[in-house]
Structures are given as C-alpha cells and as structure tokens.
Ligand binder design. Sequence first.
Ligand code: RB5
Length: 145
Amino acid sequence: MIYIGSDHGGFELKNEIVEYVKNTLKLEIKDMGCWSKDAVDYPDIAKVVADEVIKNNSFGILICGTGIGISIAANKINGIRCALCSSEYSAMMTKKHNDANILALGGRTTGVEIAKSIVKIFFETEFEGGRHSQRVKKIALLENN
Ligand code: RB5
C-alpha cells in the first residue's frame, strides 16, 4: 500500500496522482487527505503519512506547494527518508542510493505529466544496497532515538 497526502498547495496534483497510481500503475494507494483546497498545515499531513509508512514498512507520496515544507517535516520522523524530486533522474537515484521511502512533489512547481513520470520511476526503481547500505544506516544514526 502506498500512502499519499498533501496540503492545499498540493491538493490538485494529489488527486491526479491518486488516479494515475490506481488506474495506470495499478498499485494500491490510500489517500490520507487533505480533502479540499481549504488551508491545512503541511506538518500535520506529513505526520499522518509518515506514521503509516513506518507502521506498515511501506512507501508514501507527500505534496505541498513546493514540496519543501512537507519533506522537511517528514524527515523529522525517525525512519523516514523523504526525497523532494523534480526530475525522473532524482527519483531514480534516491531509490537506488538513499532507499527513499517517501517521494515529495511540489504541486505549484512540477507539472502533472512530469510528476506522473517521477512517480512511475520512483516505484519502478529498487534500492541497490551494497555500499549504499552503510550510508543509509549512518543516516539512521543521526536520528534522535
Ligand atoms: C502553503 O501556502 C505553502 O507554504 C505550502 O504548500 C508549501 O509550499 C510549504 O513548503
């Protein structure tokens, strides 16, 4: 299961991505809100999605206006490696090298079709492991357990 959430700045892109993941990628996706263009605080959405990702050892997508605030917030949660991507290359590399478990997108900065390609590559790419495993473990050591 993929968990997705956005604030009002990412609301429209979120709805497009939910349909794309369901209908084109044929993956299961659960929408965790928000539910309208009414303003909400992106850290609240980041927490709801990040908690599900950790609990279910799964993946997430987070979207705010720029993708910046919501990715900063998600990365405060132990076990989350949230990558803000605006290119397919970044999406591929953050899975291969960083074992990213949440993809962040900017609803006001990334077009719908580019965002779909980024999402596709993110879910098609696997973590490479090997020398990257020790680096990812060192990220976890930076967490305040
Ligand atoms: C909300 O206006 C906006 O600040 C938010 O969506 C995001 O871009 C923050 O980083």
